[in-house]
Write a protein that binds this ligand. Sequence first.
Ligand code: NAI
Length: 398
Amino acid sequence: MNILLLEKIHSVAARALKAQGLNVTTVNKALAGDELLKATRRVVALGIRSKTRVTANVVANASNLLSVTCYCIGSDQVDMEACTERGIAVFNAPYSNTRSVSELTLGHIIMLLRGVIDSNNAMHQGTWKKSANHSHEVRGKTLGIVGYGHIGSQISVLAEALGMDVVLYDIREALAMGNARRARTLKELLKQSDVVTLHVPDTSVTRGMIGPAELRSMKKGAILINTSRGKVVKIDALRDALQKKQLRGAAVDVFPDEPGSNGPGWNSPLRGLSNVILTPHIAGSTQEAQKEIGSSASAKLIRFLADGTTTGSLNFPQMELPPLERRHRLIHIHKNVTGVISHIGTVLKRHKINIEGQHLETTDKLGYLVTDIDHSVKGELLQDLNATPNTIRVRVLF
Ligand code: NAI
């Protein structure tokens, strides 16, 4: 089985795949156009990061392709519909950088409460200004966490270990870690927090959720951290609140408009403000996160190829399957319409197939039928299964 890994995916991925006997080719850059079409023609699995665009055309030209694995968090670069229509499973590696975001958030909180940004700027300008004024420990301060999912809840644990009191706000009934307390409303959280940190997704509700009114609700001299998504905070309102000293500092890692590539020319209303840390969407970008992405995405791909397990797929029904162990496994991927299963049943009966186990899961669009049988699959059976109306793809695992 040929696997192609593009875009300098962490070496842990190729090692894991090779250890399974898979034939792995790595390319250290993104591919596009004819180069991508040629490279993917014979591969069963393609691994990409965020720059390679897997279009309907790419998918149509790669007739052996069983999976596209995004070794990153997002999957916008993949034409999901085209993959689904052709029975290609798409995987990604969400949550692999949870720890990285959590650590940087805590680092920001300490730097801002100690006024390190101002001290650092003064020192670089040649000014020695030793003072304890406006410099605080984090111990005993109240941290308000908005969005208590993977990142928010991990920060909660780490912040309590530093002696902070944690209050959380989430639309979900998220289980509070340690001694964290739940606020009933966002306003209630904003009113009591010395530091507010945002960890919500970008949704129609969260977009602009921190605007002038919310910033006014915060304690005077509080700190705001945003490592979530740029549009969650109204950036002009944040600038005003910082200039008027309503807030004493902020750290912002995500922006409403982020450039697609590195280079000069970046601008923001927050540039030039003192006690504001600005970083280019790097909260989750560490070597450890890349390694974690490499191993967690490969683990999903390996299971999918080896036994058909689809757990974690973005476009396939979720199915956790036992290892093969001397059985033969038929995987029938079809359009989720009436009559397919009975048709397959008829074909199996006609070929006198003794079914040892069968599992079916569906999504709106796809049906994923796995049949374990006691003898190997003959060409004729495969032909008949492939000829079943609404079949997208048939896989045989030995
Ligand atoms: P998650 O999905 O595990 O948690 C999000 C939480 O927000 C959920 O508990 C959800 O119920 C809650 N939520 C949704 N809408 C809400 C609302 N209106 N009010 C209050 N709570 C709400 O997500 P995860 O992994 O913790 O990520 C959080 C954010 O961090 C995401 O926006 C993600 O894109 C961003 N992120 C940023 C990175 C960076 O490099 N700066 C890296 C990784 C994630």
